[in-house]
Design a binder for this molecule. Structure first.
Ligand SMILES: *Cc1c(COP(=O)(O)O)cnc(C)c1O
Length: 396
């Protein structure tokens, strides 16, 4: 079977040839001047994607999960209270990580398909007059449900409550595909990874750390060695790394940033909205429903889609893979068996999305789903041609 088919899992994402080539570099001495010439622009470029002037970008050899661990261990002490909302598998896993580090985790459980509850955060923070809560943790894009949360609204809630807690945001599946505003939203630590919006191989956690979070690291008592921000910042200041850097990924990152800036970040975000909207039109044409409960919550990087009652979403994703060689995201956690996911982040075009929609339609038809073959593809084609950025009018 051909392995040329794109993947439609919401990360790791398809790696463009340009980036695969950029990562094809022979071993180099990371203490040689050449390394600085690649590393410094990569860190600097990433600041433009986070949209920050004052914060520090750091990269660690790790996946996104390591980025969470770095954020928590560098800024908090055992027994500290953190406030987190749970609305999917990824927000849950971050909570689990905090608990295992001996933090006192105050959890707000929300229905899956909803996002960060700014009003409930405000309520809890207003009552915390002695400021026991040291950080509020938010998953910007809950990859399990296809929900994007309103980070600006959480910032307003924290400001209204006049609460000094830090704000940590997981943007692993949103950064470089959907707008992110580190400074404007008052984020203290943002956590991302190399294998999603940056279109690279897995293996690098990418963090952005505010001056306030840097001050917190001076008194934080959770143990850390490998992830210690102080060692990383000291080494980065002279263009170096505290241990062996993931050289090939750093070369890839520099080129990924070149690609993003050549297209233009606004154009990148518009493309993801357009691809997502094509998928949403297809879902509607199939007569199926999204897990995200309302349009203001729709993610532009992943759509989680309920299968009809009596159908098993795992059988669908298995069949799409076995019969057609295409991977879609399975339903995670309480959505297992009930929903499948189409990832539409990173390096993706209209044409690639149509191939994914065509494939999952065939798989659904094979399994006797009550859908009309071609209906979703046609709805997406119509949107791609005649929607706000379509080419139909110009060609006529
Ligand atoms: C992918 C992802 C992560 C990190 O997962 P890793 O496998 O550790 O890279 C964290 N949060 C969200 C929302 C994600 O989508």
């Amino acid at each position: 079977m051909s392995n040329q088919n794109p993947v439609f899992i919401p990360g790791p994402t398809n790696i463009p040839d340009r980036l695969r080539l950029a990562m094809q570099v022979q071993t180099q001495d990371h203490r040689a001047p050449e390394f600085v010439e690649v590393f410094a622009p990569a860190l600097d470029g990433a600041k433009k994607v986070f949209r920050t002037d004052k914060a520090q970008v750091m990269v660690f050899p790790a996946s996104g999960t390591g980025g969470w661990e770095a954020a928590v261990t560098n800024t908090l002490s055992p027994g500290d209270t953190v406030l987190v909302a749970r609305y999917g598998v990824f927000s849950h896993r971050w909570i689990d990580l905090c608990k295992r580090h001996g933090l006192d985790v105050q959890v707000i459980d929300c229905p899956w398909g909803t996002g960060a509850p700014a009003d409930r955060f405000q309520e809890v923070l207003s009552k915390d007059t002695s400021h026991q809560i040291k950080a509020v943790l938010i998953t910007h894009n809950e990859t399990a449900t296809g929900v994007r949360s309103d980070i600006a609204a959480v910032r307003r809630a924290m400001d209204t409550a006049r609460h000094p807690a830090m704000m940590f945001v997981d943007c692993v599946s949103s950064l470089a595909s959907m707008p992110f505003e580190f400074d404007h939203w008052g984020v203290d630590i943002a956590v991302s990874g190399s294998q999603k919006g940056f279109m690279l191989a897995t293996g690098m956690a990418i963090l952005c750390v505010s001056p306030k979070a840097q001050r917190a690291m001076e008194t934080a008592k959770l143990p850390r060695t490998f992830f210690d921000f102080r060692d990383m910042m000291a080494a980065n200041a002279s263009g170096g790394f505290p241990y062996t850097p993931p050289l090939q990924l750093i070369y890839g990152m520099r080129e990924s940033l070149n690609m993003l800036f050549e297209e233009g970040l606004d154009a990148v975000y518009a493309r993801h909205f357009r691809l997502a909207e094509g998928v949403r039109r297809a879902v509607k044409a199939w007569g199926l429903g999204l897990v995200a409960q309302s349009p203001d919550l729709y993610s532009d990087t992943v759509s989680a889609i309920y299968v009809p009652d009596g159908y098993d979403s795992n059988a669908l994703t298995d069949h799409a893979f076995n019969a057609y060689g295409v991977s879609f995201g399975i339903g995670l956690g309480e959505l297992n068996g009930k929903a499948f996911r189409i990832g539409h982040l990173g390096s993706l075009t209209d044409v690639m999305v149509l191939s994914g929609l065509g494939t999952i339609e065939m798989a659904m038809a094979d399994l006797n789903y009550p859908i009309k073959l071609g209906s979703g593809v046609a709805a997406a084609q119509e949107y791609f041609r005649t929607g706000p950025s379509g080419h139909a009018k110009a060609a006529a």
